[in-house]
Design a protein around this ligand. Structure first.
Ligand code: UDP
Length: 308
């Protein structure tokens, strides 16, 4: 297939691109506003790889006849999207409509990477796909969580008049090599801090939970979801739930057991708990994550050791 992937130079996108390049022609559209060009350095030699370096909101020519469009482009770190809220919401709303138009024009299949943030601060635990969420439309995360929700709504609306074969995946917290140092997300922060001998900054009391999925597992879920039926929505994540303080202790034990833990204010609207219900992905995609947190963290830490 000829595959067009927006955000294909990002943390998750570059891992997906790497896998797709084994069997397909891949054109990445990325402006590297929140990722490093190093992520795709090795692909540039690959004969099946093309790069269009642009913001998807700008006009650009694609020069291919795509069979599949994967729309992943978006800032995804809370620190990053709070700095650039308008760009974030535009990428997920206008950007999604624009990519849908291209999919319609070329009769390409379409996959949108949404997020667990569509569930907001969830009142149902774990979160199944049919939960509508608990989101603050005016809060500091709104550009991202409401942006992704509106991206989903944009798809549902667009296909009413212009049919596109689409599916949506909601990605939960993911980690692994190519996470950006200093991107503000918890694993990136904790690992960088421990490696530098700095105190580990736990926000709030650290009792809030997240469920962390190793990037290779996530990519295998994305590949399976690409082949799913149209209009399906899947949670992709690892249901192994951990409190943030537990995560800090695990990382500390691997890198530097003497590291200090310091407590900082909890950011506004920080969800208290998050854990995917992946029964649907298990059943319909035959997918589930395999990598234990400690094993995945060790691989991630090896990567960070080289760059920190
Ligand atoms: N967090 C933390 N210390 C940090 C960075 C994040 O305690 O240095 C917490 C944050 O408040 C949240 C959790 O870790 O409760 C996950 O944060 P992240 O930004 O990675 O992703 P989120 O799931 O909130 O989008």
């Amino acid at each position: 297939m000829e595959i067009l992937i927006t955000g294909g130079g990002g943390f998750i996108g570059s891992h997906l691109t790497e896998e797709l390049l084994r069997n397909h022609e891949v054109t990445v559209v990325d402006n590297f506003c929140s990722s490093s060009r190093k992520n795709i350095r090795e692909f540039k030699e690959h004969e099946n790889f093309n790069l269009i370096e642009t913001d998807i909101l700008e006009d650009f020519e694609i020069h291919i006849d795509p069979d599949y469009i994967i729309h992943m482009a978006s800032r995804a770190s809370p620190v990053d999207y709070r700095e650039h809220p308008v760009h974030t919401i535009r990428t997920n709303t206008e950007g999604t409509l624009k990519m849908l138009e291209i999919a319609y024009r070329y009769d390409a299949k379409f996959m949108f990477t949404s997020t667990s943030e569509v569930y907001g601060d969830p009142e149902i635990h774990p979160q199944p796909e049919d939960y509508w969420g608990n989101v603050n439309p005016n809060g500091p995360r709104a550009c991202y969580d409401e942006g992704k929700r509106c991206g989903e709504a944009a798809i549902a609306s667009y296909v009413k008049k212009n049919p596109v074969d689409y599916r949506i995946v909601r990605i939960f917290n993911t980690y692994g090599p190519r996470l950006r140092t200093g991107d503000g997300r918890v694993i990136s922060n904790f690992v960088t801090q421990a490696l530098n001998g700095d105190p580990i900054t736990v926000y709030g009391d650290g009792k809030q939970t997240r469920s962390f999925c190793y990037v290779d597992d996530l990519v295998s879920g994305l590949l399976r979801a690409m082949d799913s039926k149209t209009e399906e929505i899947f949670n992709l994540g690892n249901p192994d739930e951990k409190s943030i303080i537990e995560l800090a202790e695990i990382i500390k034990d691997i890198i530097q057991p003497e590291s200090d833990i310091v407590y900082r204010d909890l950011p506004e609207d920080d969800p208290e708990q998050r854990k995917p219900d992946i029964s649907k992905a298990r059943k319909k995609l035959g997918w589930e994550p395999e990598t234990e947190l400690e094993e995945g963290l060790r691989k991630t830490i090896d990567y960070f050791r080289e760059i920190v």
